[in-house]
Ligand binder design. Structure first.
Ligand SMILES: Cc1cc2nc3c(=O)[nH]c(=O)nc-3n(C[C@H](O)[C@H](O)[C@H](O)COP(=O)(O)OP(=O)(O)OC[C@H]3O[C@@H](n4cnc5c(N)ncnc54)[C@H](O)[C@@H]3O)c2cc1C
Length: 409
């Protein structure tokens, strides 16, 4: 086979677009197919933190570092931990916050809004190479160890030497490699948004601080995150059976009523400020049962098809590493393909994929195991203590404040 290969990437999420960026930055053409009708089709998503050795490194190798620096929010890399009765165990906000200084602001986990990250990644690729409104139905083998892509609109794209499944949780490409599908993690999150915080709820910004505010407890967790535009996204999550959303008696279509009933019933005993955060995050409500692939999921290498990102190792968001794992995969696969194309036929594409997957599997397992460990700790009675202890070990003495009461008197 020639070293010039036809590459089809399924999925224009962080994984697929990072791969496309690094390949195109190295003059390796590829085409990306996504089921969304346009880049604007998806909701905004939340804030993500990019680690120096994973997401940040991938953006550097894609030539997108300067763009990242323009949009990143290192100042949001701070955390507040609150007991569910309202006691503040740790607060990294304030003048003496030790996590971020000008000199080390990208050394930890600077935040970036998913929307900003997606704009950077989309801006870096040849716009003609992204095909919107193309929902993959199946991958089919073709002559000469190539593959055809069959789309839901009835169209077919032919003769790919390499098909990369970056098509997320419910990957259609994964079916070509394995029968394994994601399973319910045991956790259902209710995502709540407060949008015009500055005008409507200025107290929320003061309460949460510049970054994230977490409160963990037995079988439930509250995770609040400030976004780049000041809006606030909160996950109120419960350990519940998979049928919870249907069985709990709440009509999720009536979002205002649903929010009130949900908060009252499952978080009604929390401190006033936490409860108020949930009640007043009244702009959007999205119920999300969280799924995951088995920790250590792997498949037998097959020539010409591979996976990356959530398609390869879907995990819950409780370690905040999914996007970093996805971008690390993209970086490693791109490096392999660059080496292969530069070798002008000296290596093999099958060998390149084998090397990539041999490193992908343990890396994905490591991230997935960390996520499961965090999930167990977060949803336990001592979840806050664990987290506050970790922060004290990492960053110094306790930042325990007298809990300010932001709720109305
Ligand atoms: C509620 C929640 C909160 C999260 N919070 C964080 C966090 O704070 N930090 C973090 O690091 N990670 C977080 N994650 C995980 C993170 O969002 C994912 O790990 C990351 O988006 C994976 O990127 P991806 O490109 O592999 O998949 P995706 O982002 O899912 O992208 C897949 C793309 O494939 C497309 N697609 C799917 N099927 C097809 C098809 N059949 N044909 C064509 N296109 C298709 C989709 O339209 C999409 O554009 C969170 C996830 C969830 C659900």
């Amino acid at each position: 086979m020639s070293s010039s290969i036809k590459i089809g990437i399924i999925g224009a999420g962080p994984a697929g677009l990072t791969l496309a960026n690094i390949l195109q930055h190295n003059n390796i053409p590829c085409t990306i197919y996504d089921l969304d009708a346009s880049p604007e089709a998806r909701n905004r998503g939340g804030s993500l933190d990019l680690h120096p050795r994973h997401g940040q490194l991938a953006l550097r190798e894609a030539g997108l570092w300067d763009e990242f620096v323009k949009h990143a929010r290192p100042e949001s890399d701070v955390m507040k931990i609150v007991q569910q009765d309202g006691e503040v165990l740790w607060d990294g906000n304030g003048a003496d916050a030790c996590v971020v200084s000008e000199a080390n602001k990208f050394d930890h986990r600077p935040e970036i809004d998913r929307g900003a990250l997606m704009s950077i990644l989309l801006g870096g690729v040849d716009a003609q190479s992204v095909k919107w409104g193309k929902k993959l139905r199946e991958v089919m083998p073709a002559p000469n160890e190539q593959y055809d892509l069959h789309f839901a609109d009835g169209s077919t794209e032919s003769a790919f030497d390499l098909v990369v499944g970056a098509d997320g949780a419910w990957s259609k490409v994964r079916r070509w490699l394995s029968d394994t599908t994601p399973h319910y993690s045991g956790i259902t999150a209710i995502e709540l948004w407060a949008l015009n915080v500055k005008e409507n709820h200025p107290w929320m910004s003061s309460y949460v601080g510049k970054g994230s505010c977490f409160s963990f407890g037995e079988d439930r967790a509250i995770q609040i995150q400030v976004q780049g535009d000041g809006s606030i996204r909160t996950y109120a999550s419960l350990r519940k059976p998979e049928t919870f959303l249907h069985d709990c008696g709440i009509d999720w279509n009536d979002t205002a009523k649903a929010r009130k009933e949900f908060v009252q019933q499952y978080f009604g005993d929390c401190g006033q400020d936490l409860k108020r955060m949930l009640f007043e995050s009244d702009d959007e409500l999205v119920p999300r049962p969280l799924h995951m692939l088995p920790v250590g999921f792997r498949w037998d290498t097959r020539p010409g098809v591979t996976l990356l990102g959530d398609a390869a190792h879907l995990m819950t968001p409780f370690a905040g590493v999914g996007v970093n794992a996805a971008m690390a995969d993209a970086l490693e696969l791109a490096r392999g393909l660059i080496k292969y194309t530069k070798a002008k036929g000296a290596g093999s594409l099958a060998g390149t994929l084998k090397t990539y997957e041999d490193e992908l599997f343990p890396r994905g397992e490591m991230f997935a195991q960390k996520t499961v460990n965090n999930m167990e700790k977060h949803f336990s009675a001592d979840g806050n203590i664990h987290m506050a202890d970790r922060l004290r070990t990492a960053f110094g003495p306790a930042k325990t404040l007298a809990a300010p009461q932001w709720s109305p008197a």
